[in-house]
Ligand binder design. Structure first.
Ligand code: 5GP
Length: 180
């Protein structure tokens, strides 16, 4: 892949995972999900805003019946996790007794996912698994079992494929990481 750079606000980023590599990996995750959830009519719960691109690609790899719901959780301002989950915009689906697959763009400290998992568990679903396109293992502060993982990446700030830097970059097809 040719290295591309992009400037968003005051920061410069260069390509780290190409759109082709992402597509390939998402397809493989789809194969796993099709095996594990055959006949189970799972509910994918996408964590907005960042997961919208990943979720759109992932659910289209799913062959059986499934449903889709969205939540909004926020723990980020600029390029640093604030550590607190600020907002939660409603979960409309009835999750009791259902198989849930949470879709995330990236798990960084794991704070967001850890708290959301606890909330979700209280609603008595049949099962909960996490699908995260990106995971930063060195930044993780919670024990999280992320069954469907796209890529493990270093603890750098990344944008593209749904991920933004203060509003910009979500539309980029590749993933870019911050140039220091
Ligand atoms: P955590 O709670 O795991 O620290 O952070 C999870 C959320 O922070 C992700 O859903 C994402 O919105 C945001 N986040 C974490 N790392 C990055 C990153 O490198 N780039 C961007 N754009 N957002 C990130």
């Amino acid at each position: 892949m040719d290295n591309k750079t992009v400037q968003l606000h005051d920061l410069n980023f260069s390509t780290s995972i190409s759109a082709e590599k992402i597509a390939e990996r998402v397809e493989q995750l789809g194969v796993d999900l099709n095996l594990d959830y055959e006949g189970k009519n799972p509910i994918f719960i996408a964590v907005l805003n960042g997961a919208f691109v990943f979720t759109a690609d992932l659910v289209r790899q799913f062959k059986g019946n499934c449903e889709l719901s969205f939540v909004k959780l926020a723990s980020y301002a600029g390029t640093e996790s604030s550590g607190t989950i600020a907002t939660r915009i409603g979960l409309e689906a009835e999750v009791r007794g259902r198989h849930i697959i949470i879709t995330e763009d990236i798990v960084d400290t794991g704070n967001t996912m850890f708290h959301f998992l606890q909330e979700l568990a209280e609603l008595s679903p049949a099962s909960i698994e996490i699908a995260s396109l990106l995971v930063k293992p060195d930044a993780l502060q919670h024990e999280l079992d992320i069954k469907y993982k796209g890529f493990e990446i270093p603890t750098d700030f990344v944008v593209g494929y749904g991920l933004d830097y203060n509003g910009l970059g979500r539309n980029l097809p590749d993933i870019y990481s911050l140039i220091h």
